[in-house]
Design a protein around this ligand. Structure first.
Ligand code: FES
Length: 382
């Protein structure tokens, strides 16, 4: 975050507080309930959005050294990201070229090579097939043609992007536009992995709705986040489908006339940056940061969220680690017991017929932007 952005966002929020207003969309907007529960629609979303657009498959902080890897399943695709000896990152389908076993379990690690657990075919960090047991008895095989299948990849702003369909190009500049520099300024590329937590949740769009919603902050979270933040006041900005939300802390007392260089950093505001379609970044700007990565599935009514906690520098004292652990536990509890408990309740009631559509108010502009982009990308691919 550029330092001069904090005061301008704080001033926008102060103006809203004085007037009793918030950033608004032009009108209320409706989303059919079927869009949250129809399995055929969900499969179209996976294909049109998650398998054809750039998605985040790892953070740079997951891959600090040559040979560091992260493996996960995203939209039904097993993905393996590996830091290369030259410092770059390559991303592969995590599927052995013999008979398709995953070459490593989901998670993080560091290896010299990947050895498939089934028959022990071995691949180097660059995905090349470098060995198979019993080669003389196996028969003719061109090793060069049987490396791991590689995906188009780019690393930017501390995030590793890939397109999950082999052969499709990754056009990251077009995808991020000017938002790339906004993400750069968050400083994630220089941060360090602290720990991760996982939370099971509802349909990915029900979950995502919560990440771009400042309306509920002091209602659903009145005993937790609401003690620190005001609700239903936001400064909302969008760069295509990617969005930034700013909302006021209760302590917001902006020195309107003070030089901007004297403003506190990161300032008495909350900030969330989203990377469409499935990442939310809370923090950045030199403070401990939680990156939430939504992984849809395994079916339309479920998702898994990985909360990755980053720190500006490794914590070197028990007191610092205890404080950070408490923050990690708090955020896990808020999301699991408040956001996703509510979302799973919504999910279970979708079939009741109570609502044919959900309505998003003018004070929920980011939700509206999100759903319009989902629909736009579905239409793009028919
Ligand atoms: Fe991997 Fe056989 S499936 S070695």
């Amino acid at each position: 975050m550029q330092h001069d952005t904090i005061p301008s966002l704080a001033r926008r929020l102060l103006d809203h507080l004085e007037r009793g207003t918030t950033d608004q969309a032009e009108d209320v907007y409706r989303v059919p309930v079927a869009a949250y529960r129809d399995p055929a629609r969900w499969e179209r979303e996976m294909e049109a959005i998650f398998r054809r657009s750039p998605v985040v498959v790892a953070l740079s902080a997951h891959l600090p050294h040559a040979g560091s890897y992260r493996a996960l399943d995203l939209a039904g695709i097993p993905v393996l990201s590996v830091r290369q000896d030259d410092g770059g990152v390559r991303v592969f389908l995590n599927a052995c070229r013999h008979r398709g076993s995953r070459v490593c379990e989901a998670g993080l690690g560091r290896v010299l090579r990947f050895t498939c657990p089934y028959h022990a075919w071995a691949y180097d960090r660059a995905g090349a097939l470098i060995g198979l047991p019993g080669r003389e008895s196996f028969g003719a095989l061109d090793l060069e043609q049987h490396g791991l299948v590689e995906l188009a990849t780019a690393e930017r702003a501390g995030l590793v992007f890939a397109v999950l369909t082999p052969g499709l190009a990754l056009e990251l500049d077009a995808w991020l536009g000017d938002y790339a520099s906004v993400l750069d300024a968050l400083g994630l590329a220089d941060m360090h992995l602290y720990t991760e937590r996982e939370v099971e949740g509802p349909n990915w769009k029900i979950a995502y709705d919560g990440y771009v919603d400042a309306y509920h902050l002091d209602k659903l979270h009145r005993r937790t986040l609401g003690r620190q933040y005001l609700g239903n006041v936001m400064a909302a900005d969008a760069w295509g489908p990617h969005q930034r939300l700013a909302f006021p802390q209760r302590s917001l007392e902006a020195p309107r006339d003070a030089p901007e260089a004297q403003w506190p950093r990161p300032g008495p505001i909350g900030l969330v940056h989203t990377v469409f379609p499935h990442v939310s970044i809370a923090g950045g700007n030199g403070v401990p940061t939680m990156v939430s990565q939504l992984l849809p599935g395994p079916s339309a009514d479920r998702s898994l969220t990985v909360q990755t906690h980053l720190v500006p520098k490794p914590l070197d004292s028990d007191a610092a680690r205890e404080s950070m652990d408490a923050a990690v536990d708090f955020l896990l509890r808020v999301v699991r017991e408040e956001d996703y408990a509510t979302g799973l309740g919504i999910q279970s009631a979708l079939a009741s017929g109570a609502n044919e559509s959900f309505v998003f108010g003018r004070n929920e502009p980011c939700n509206q932007t999100f759903h319009r982009w989902v629909d736009r990308l579905l239409e793009r691919t028919g």
